[in-house]
Design a binder for this molecule. Structure first.
Ligand SMILES: C[S@@+](CC[C@H](N)C(=O)[O-])C[C@H]1O[C@@H](n2cnc3c(N)ncnc32)[C@H](O)[C@@H]1O
Length: 211
């Protein structure tokens, strides 16, 4: 927790992108999220991908631990959200966006009932030991039949300390083995990321369906 607070406080937010994610733009239309449905974006930061989803007619519910991240998202969008305090989170809402500020792994079951979810740099931001709880939250905060798009990042874990933590295709199969259908849509070799000094880097895109 202190780690993420510190990253925001010191503006070390190298994960943030000024453009929409290519894999999301390419694959989101094919996962079959119902038109106009609510989309959960766990560990959302101030991602501009939330704007892309809203422009497609979705209501967006982001989960973010750090208040500064939530504030930056709304400030940069020129929005003044309504703020309400709840037992385990603070809700900030404006237009199509609702950001729940607090620990995404500590939300009461059913706080969100999303029809779809989008994970870029969320599951890979968490170490292996926290991922079971993360997947359980996806189960608790989505409806049966909900569809998700997951973008992974994988490298030999012993070559670097996370985050991002390696999430291999077989880990995805393992974590989502119960209660989800798992389909790999694309697998990429990221040569342009070699500057990190890693011997191999891949990224996969998965469609997940909550059964
Ligand atoms: C690697 S960043 C990715 C942000 C966003 N998904 C993106 O693509 O730009 C991870 C974000 O998750 C937030 N975070 C970390 N742990 C969290 C938790 N337990 N609950 C909610 N947010 C968390 C961090 O503050 C950070 O903004």
């Amino acid at each position: 927790m202190a780690f993420w607070q510190h990253r925001w406080a010191t503006e070390h937010i190298g994960w943030h992108r000024a453009v929409h994610n290519d894999q999301m733009v390419e694959h989101w239309p094919s996962i079959g999220a119902p038109e106009g449905c609510e989309v959960l974006v766990p560990l959302c930061g101030k991602s501009l991908d939330m704007h892309w989803l809203a422009e497609r007619g979705h209501a967006v519910v982001g989960l973010e631990l750090v208040e500064q991240g939530v504030k930056a998202f709304f400030d940069e969008a020129g929005l003044s959200p309504e703020r309400t305090e709840h037992a385990d989170h603070v809700r900030h809402s404006s237009g199509p966006f609702t950001l729940l500020q607090g620990d995404a792994l500590g939300l009461a079951p059913g706080t969100v009932q999303a029809d779809a979810w989008y994970d870029r740099a969320a599951m890979i931001a968490l170490p292996d030991t926290m991922r079971e709880a993360y997947v359980e939250q996806l189960r608790q905060q989505t409806k049966s039949g909900a569809v998700g798009l997951l973008i992974t990042f994988a490298y030999p874990q012993e070559e670097m300390d996370g985050p991002p933590f390696a999430l291999h295709d077989e880990d995805v199969q393992r974590f989502f083995a119960e209660g989800f259908d798992v389909e790999c849509l694309e697998r990429l070799v990221l040569d342009d990321e070699r500057e990190r000094g890693l011997s191999s880097i891949t990224s996969s895109v998965f469609k997940l369906t909550r059964t």
